[in-house]
Design a protein around this ligand. Structure first.
Ligand code: ATP
Length: 295
């Protein structure tokens, strides 16, 4: 029996701006999102009903799981599919601001599309993704994209050059909803320069890409969790030049041009603390296009 094996890549935010709170309760955002090489490994096989298994004790196995919801959505549309077995080998930390659940859902849509030759085009996949969650369309499209609306309106932009990333996550998670609820828009004194960042991607201005990352959710998360602010300050004191919180946090990432510098920084961080630390790199379209294998 055939199976689909999909690398479900994490994302980080190079830019995250919140413009206003909408009448439907969501916030209007503008983000530059970037896929990175840290991934969950998703395996999909035919089965009866929807059965989710995982190596991670805290991942829900029922309809609360976004990967489960993605399978349910496709089975509803294609009732000839009797069911699927989904295994999630979880490597992306949860409640970390790295879109772990969203990327698993995106992987199930892409994997089932290929496994069952459903022939959904990119527009249809993105539309299905938006029904599951604001970050799912980006996780389908990658690799560097501008996201608007509540995050689901996605446009590819010039790919980010290969940069190395050290991700540092404290030993607690952050609920995205809580961070948005706590955000006071009038507190935001410094706005990201979205156009300038897109221009820097176009001309390959590495110095700008390093120095002008920005995330206004830091205003909210730092107030709720002063330990995250402290973590960023500590990493700065250790010499990291480009530091930002991803999404609603609490992961803080540092950018490097050379792998050896990222590795050295990561091992220095590991020495001094009990935080989880990963070294990854930004991904290009070619690698994303090879994320599904049918075996
Ligand atoms: P984002 O960056 O999109 O805000 P996140 O990285 O902060 O996401 P997730 O790892 O997606 O957060 O987890 C948030 C919640 O989603 C978890 O508490 C978990 O219960 C639920 N969840 C649903 N499906 C999954 C999944 N496949 N993997 C991990 N968490 C999932």
């Amino acid at each position: 029996m055939k199976k689909a094996v999909i690398k479900a890549y994490a994302k980080l935010n190079l830019i995250l701006d919140v413009l206003e709170k909408r009448e439907d309760g969501y916030h209007e955002v503008e983000m530059i999102m970037q896929a990175i090489s840290l991934y969950d490994l998703i395996t999909i096989k035919s089965g009866e009903g929807i059965n989710v298994t995982t190596n991670h004790p805290l991942v829900p196995l029922d309809e609360r799981n976004l990967a489960y919801q993605a399978a349910a959505l496709l089975i509803k549309k294609y009732p000839d599919i009797p069911g699927v077995e989904i295994n999630i080998e979880k490597n992306i930390p949860m409640e970390a601001g790295l879109a772990g659940g969203s990327t698993d859902a995106a992987a199930v849509l892409i994997g089932m599309n290929k496994l069952y030759s459903l022939k959904m085009d990119s527009a249809e996949l993105l539309e299905k993704g938006a029904l599951l969650g604001s970050d799912v369309p980006f996780c389908i499209l990658g690799s560097t994209a501008l996201a608007k609306g509540r995050g689901e309106i996605i446009e590819e932009i010039t790919q980010c050059p290969k940069l190395w990333v050290v991700l540092v996550k404290p030993d607690f998670g952050v609920k995205t909803k809580e961070v948005y609820q706590n955000l006071i828009l009038s507190d935001i004194t410094s706005r990201p320069d979205l156009g300038g960042y897109i221009n820097a991607l176009q001309v390959g201005d590495i110095s700008h890409l390093f120095n002008k990352t920005a995330n206004v959710l830091e205003y909210s998360t730092f107030k709720l969790y002063p330990k995250v602010k402290k973590l960023k300050e500590n990493l700065q004191a250790m010499g990291a030049k480009s530091l930002l919180m991803s999404g609603s946090g609490p992961t803080i990432y540092a950018l490097f041009t050379a792998q050896k510098d990222a590795d050295t920084f990561a091992s220095d961080v590991r020495k001094g603390c009990t935080h989880q630390v990963w070294v990854a790199h930004t991904l290009n379209k070619e690698i994303l296009n090879e994320r599904v294998e049918i075996l």
